[in-house]
Design a protein. Structure first.
Length: 235
């Protein structure tokens, strides 16, 4: 894995950074090629174009769009890491198949879901975990010591993001969840307390990502067709 030294321009702290690896559509592991000589750029304003870079797969020569590598410094600065450019137009990732691995338990055999009241962000993750287990993903757990690369829950055949914030879940959140699902060969499922931005819902529909909203009673409700399908799938 390629690593580059990075010095934070705000506090002058040195870091060693390696870009995350995701699978190409051909199956080859792929990470954005880092530009060692370029200084990091502090992120003060985000745009959709700046959050994604075009990367060429050396195995199949496919050119596609990947999350822009970023590094969070302990001083609070968020740094954009430069990537070697390719001569390709910027475009959104190609949609994954809308139907992925179905949940392992038949919907008809499930008892009524018993929610947990949400008072904190941790409660929201707990409620989502209980709901996924109710769907049949019985081994769902929190990864490591908490969220990892935007993933709050993992289990066999599923990765999930839980957004407990007061802002609608964004397009970037949905697309990063999709990439994490590809990397794990699993369902990407999203839970949100504040709902979803319009462009996030549209993209989730195209990628086949189930979206759920939760109120403070802790009972998730489906908000798109992939979520309805996930609930009603019978294996």
């Amino acid at each position: 894995m390629e690593s580059v030294p990075v010095r934070c321009p705000a506090c002058r702290r040195d870091h060693l950074y390696a870009a995350p690896v995701y699978p190409c559509a051909c199956g080859a592991p792929l990470a954005p090629p880092l530009l060692r000589a370029a200084p990091p750029e502090p992120i003060t304003h985000r745009t959709w174009t700046d959050d994604w870079v075009t990367v060429r797969c050396p195995a199949c020569e496919r050119q596609d769009q990947w999350p822009q590598p970023e590094l969070g410094c302990p001083c609070g600065a968020v740094l954009r890491i430069a990537v070697r450019p390719v001569s390709a137009p910027l475009r959104r990732p190609s949609p994954a198949p809308a139907r992925l691995i179905p949940p392992p338990s038949p919907a008809a055999s499930r008892p009524s879901f018993r929610p947990v009241t949400i008072r904190t962000a941790r409660d929201a993750v707990t409620a989502a975990a209980m709901y996924l287990r109710w769907l049949g993903f019985t081994d769902v757990v929190r990864p490591g010591n908490g969220a990892s690369a935007g993933i709050d829950l993992r289990g066999t055949g599923v990765v999930a993001q839980v957004d407990p914030s007061t802002r609608p879940t964004s397009l970037r959140d949905v697309e990063c969840l999709w990439l994490n699902g590809l990397a794990a060969s699993a369902h990407g499922v999203c839970f949100s307390l504040a709902g979803y931005a319009d462009e996030a819902r549209t993209r989730a529909d195209g990628l086949g990502i189930p979206l759920f909203v939760m109120d403070l009673t802790g009972c998730p409700q489906p908000v798109n067709a992939p979520a309805d399908e996930l609930i009603t799938t019978v294996t």
